[in-house]
Structure formats: structure tokens, C-alpha cells
Design a binder for this molecule. Structure first.
Ligand code: 5AD
Ligand code: SF4
Length: 475
């Protein structure tokens, strides 16, 4: 039997006044999959990484065992991303490998979830061109993965993607990747509709989790020994706006700070929603890390307007300086898109000017990628690909320069580092992050993993630091 419920872009665009539904989910049990292996691959952002932890929770509750070996897998799950075209290409490239595997082992169950499944043309393409895929599920029905798997195990094909504005589910069981740092969702979806971005369509409307639920989750994580939580949302500072009772991100952040969990981070912030009170709370609590990811996207006010970003270059800069003044030692990173439709050399020079002014601690840089269904995909774009690549290269050269310069400022200083594990390249060292989110490889014993230790910074590279543990003499 084939059950098909395809996504619908018109539905996905809707933002009604209807109340968000808050429901609780429970795990489905069955002995059908006990001892079987699952292979899960995640593409994209932190939100997807965290969604994968929910999928792992479901799969492991069914008694399944994770494997990194595709050939060993009984169930293959791809959690996909739709933000740029190359994310698509990667998934479809990988599907080619899976197709071969399915020829040899037709009983392997293949499931595709995540943002790509929320796009009508992609769901159609999978249905017609990749019929060996057993399950297509979306970002709104991850909790149904167990049921869909059981269905597929009796030979059914399920394409179940809804384009509802979205609900908020509580009671989710996560199989977390780390026992030291944890993601905590605070707000789902996005209502900003930046003209280049697919996220408001794939993830639905902005809807916040109840403050008490978030605090309960953070308290539980703290009891379990977690050292750090990262509050997650496409737009964290819009937190609470949908309640219309005055609750906002500053209030939530303060309540999380008061749990006394050692470290608190949050991503991603939209400049338009950043208030003075949020800045005050960040500077007031020592367990709120002095690190803000504040995407600028472009330095040209003209392009920012076309992007629908709701701020000018000057407004961004004034917020930036306010943060630098009021939050001691704050590190600020950003996202930048080059080659937006109609971006001229002058517009691009404005972007470079922002980089020269802000000297960001780091930046993720991208070439504009048209997404079907978004307004920017229909805008006239006559800048040649080679020119866009040249701009990206020029930008990256400056971004890397300042990233290294900021890292160099730490050489000779002793800073607290939360140690997360053994260094990949050198097992005699461990690695972790400073409070400003800088990666450090540290000469220290493995017994420091999970602890915040003092590290003397010895050397700086563009994307990481080297250091050694400083053991304070007890008097
Ligand atoms: N093309 C290029 N980059 C994009 N981003 C979002 N949509 C697009 C697109 N269509 C970038 C933005 C955003 C980051 C997560 O991805 O910079 O902040
Ligand atoms: Fe996309 Fe803009 Fe929403 Fe960020 S704020 S997810 S860029 S629409």
C-alpha cells in the first residue's frame, strides 16, 4: 500500500491567528526492530542535529543499534537540509549509493526526513524518481517515525509530509550525542520571511515552548551533569512573542541563568529582535556566555531591504557597538551572503566595509542560492557566477584575517575552557571551547573531559587555538 501526503507550499506560507497546539508525544513500542542496525546521516544546521537526536531516541527505543557502516544498516535515515542547492546535491548524490545497496538488500528500509522533504518538488521527485525510498517524513512529524517504520516493515510506502503551521510537542525523548553539552529547543519555525530563505516554509510559523517546560528540561540536564546548554531557534530573540503576554527572550535567558547551569549559549539571533534588556541580561550573568552569532547577511542597506532584513547597515553597526560596549569581552560572529540578485560592486564593497569595521570573530559566508518558492528566486540576477565566486574569495580572505587576528589576541592569556573530548588529530591532547566559542586543542589529561579548566593559550591559527592546562597551586 502506498500512502501519500505531499507538502504544499501555499499552506506552508500561511500564517493564521489560530492558536498553536501544545501536545505531548509518547514513544511507540514494538519488538520488530530489536537488535537491528540503523544508519543516520544529518545534513545542515544545529536544528537538524538536534532533530536527529530525537530520531535516535525513537530508533533506540525500538531496540535498534547505531552503526556508521552503511552496509550493515537495516534502516537508513537521511535527515536533510534545504537551505542551499548544494545541500540537495549532497543528498541526491548519497541516494545513488543507497539505490545500489537496495538492489542487493531490498529489505533495507530507507527513510528521508528533514527540510528537503518539506519542499513539494523534492517530495514529488523522490516519489517518482526514487521509488525505492520507503518513507518520506517532514519536520512536523518526526515523532511519527516509529509508526512509519513499522508500517514500512510490512511493505508499505509512506510519504507523510504535512505543511501545517506547526504545533509544539513536549515529552520528546532525545538520544543526545554528548553528555557534556546539550541543545534545548526554545522556539520553532520562523516568521521573518527573508526573501532568500526557505526556512519559514519548511519549518512553519514561529511558536515558542512554554517557559516552565524549558526550565524543567534545563534543570534535568543540570542534574544529569551537563555543563552547557545551547538554546536553539531559527530566531531565538523572537522567543515569547507568540504568547502576547510580555514574555520575551530576556526573561527566559534570566530564568535559565538562575538554574545555575555552568554555561548557556543561544543561536541564532536576529538583529531586529535584539533588545537592550537582552544585552543587559547577557552581561549580568556570568553563566551566559559572551558570544553572539548575529547574521548581518549584507553590508548594503539597499540589498538588506531587498532581502527583507528589517535593518540598515547603520542600525546593524549601532547594535554591534552597543553589544561590544556593554558585554565585556563579547565575541561576535556573523553570516554573509554574496551575489544576492542585483548586488553591485558598490554593494559588495559595503559588505567588505562592515567586515573591516566589525572585525568579526568569525563568519559563515555563502553565495546566494535561489530557492524555488522564495521571492528572491524570481528577482533578476545578472551577476556572473565567476564574479560571485571572486567576491566570496575576497570576502573570505578578510574574514579569515580577522578571525586569526582575534585568536592571536588570546595568546599568552589564561582562559576557561570546557573540555569536550580527545583531539581528533592527536590523542595525547584534548579539545574544548572558550566562553567566546573558540576551539582550543589543549595539552591536558583525558580526565579533564567534561570539566571547565584554565588553559594558557600558546598559539593561534585561523580557526583554532593551542594551549596547555594551568594547574593552580593550592595554598
Ligand atoms: N542562499 C545562500 N545562503 C543562504 N542562507 C539562507 N538562505 C540562503 C540562500 N538562499 C544563509 C544565511 C543564513 C544561513 C543559515 O544560511 O546567511 O543566515
Ligand atoms: Fe531564514 Fe530570515 Fe528566518 Fe533566518 S530570520 S531563518 S534567514 S527567514
Amino acid at each position: 500500500m502506498i500512502s501519500v501526503k505531499l507538502p504544499d507550499l501555499k499552506e506552508a506560507k500561511k500564517r493564521t491567528k489560530e492558536k498553536v497546539e501544545y501536545s505531548s508525544v509518547s514513544l511507540i513500542s514494538s519488538d520488530k526492530f530489536i537488535g537491528k542496525h540503523y544508519f543516520l546521516r544529518t545534513y545542515g544546521c544545529q536544528m537538524n542535529e538536534h532533530d536527529s537526536e530525537e530520531m535516535k531516541g525513537i530508533l533506540e527505543h525500538l531496540g535498534m543499534i547505531p552503526t556508521d557502516d552503511l552496509l550493515l544498516a537495516d534502516v537508513i535515515v537521511l535527515n536533510t537540509c534545504a537551505i542551499r542547492e548544494n545541500a540537495h546535491d549532497k543528498v541526491f548524490g548519497y541516494l545513488g549509493r543507497i539505490k545500489h545497496l537496495k538492489k542487493e538488500r531490498p529489505d533495507v528500509i530507507v527513510a528521508i526526513g528533514g527540510c528537503m522533504s518539506q519542499e513539494p518538488r523534492i517530495a514529488e521527485e523522490i516519489k517518482s524518481r526514487h521509488p525505492y525510498v520507503n518513507i518520506v517524513f517532514g519536520t512536523h512529524n518526526i515523532h511519527e517515525l516509529g509508526k512509519l517504520l513499522l508500517d514500512a516493515s510490512v511493505g508499505n510506502q509512506d510519504i507523510e509530509v504535512s505543511s501545517i503551521e506547526g504545533s509544539v510537542y513536549e515529552g520528546i525523548t532525545y538520544q543526545r550525542d554528548s553528555s557534556i553539552t546539550a541543545w534545548v529547543n526554545i522556539i520553532y519555525g520562523c516568521d521573518k520571511f527573508c526573501t532568500y530563505c526557505i526556512v519559514p516554509y519548511t519549518r512553519g510559523k514561529e511558536r515558542s515552548r512554554k517557559l516552565e517546560e524549558i526550565i524543567q528540561e534545563v534543570n534535568l540536564l543540570k542534574q544529569q551533569g551537563y555543563q552547557e546548554v545551547t538554546l536553539l531557534g531559527q530566531n531565538v530573540n523572537a522567543y515569547g512573542k507568540d504568547f502576547q503576554d510580555g514574555t520575551d527572550f530576556a526573561m527566559l535567558l534570566e530564568a535559565v541563568a538562575k538554574t545555575n547551569i555552568p554555561r548557556i549559549r543561544f543561536v541564532t539571533s536576529h538583529p531586529w529582535d535584539f533588545t537592550d534588556e537582552m544585552i543587559r541580561i547577557i552581561s549580568l550573568y556570568s553563566n551566559v556566555m559572551p558570544y553572539i552569532h548575529l547574521p548581518v547577511q549584507s553590508g548594503s542597506s539597499r540589498i538588506l531591504k531587498l532581502m527583507g532584513r528589517r535593518y540598515t547597515k547603520e542600525e546593524y553597526l549601532s547594535l554591534f557597538w552597543k553589544m561590544k560596549e556593554r558585554i565585556p569581552g563579547v565575541a561576535i560572529t556573523t553570516d554573509i551572503i554574496v551575489g544576492f540578485p542585483g548586488e553591485t560592486e558598490e554593494d559588495f564593497l559595503e559588505t567588505l566595509d562592515v567586515v573591516e569595521t566589525c572585525k568579526f570573530d568569525g563568519a559563515y559566508t555563502f553565495i546566494f542560492s535561489p530557492r524555488v518558492g522564495t521571492p528572491a528566486a524570481l528577482m533578476k540576477d545578472d551577476t556572473p557566477k565567476e564574479e560571485k565566486e571572486r567576491r566570496l574569495q575576497r570576502l573570505n580572505e578578510r574574514v579569515n584575517f580577522y578571525s586569526k587576528q582575534n585568536n592571536e589576541k588570546l595568546v599568552g592569556k589564561t582562559v576557561p575552557v570546557l573540555i569536550l573530548g580527545v583531539s581528533e588529530k592527536d590523542s595525547s591532547r584534548v579539545y574544548g571551547y572558550t566562553d567566546t566559542m573558540k576551539l582550543v586543542n589543549v595539552e591536558a589529561g583525558h580526565d579533564t573531559i567534561g570539566k571547565i579548566i584554565d588553559v594558557l593559550i600558546l598559539d593561534a591559527k585561523s580557526f583554532s587555538l593551542d594551549g596547555k592546562e594551568v594547574i593552580s597551586e593550592k595554598v
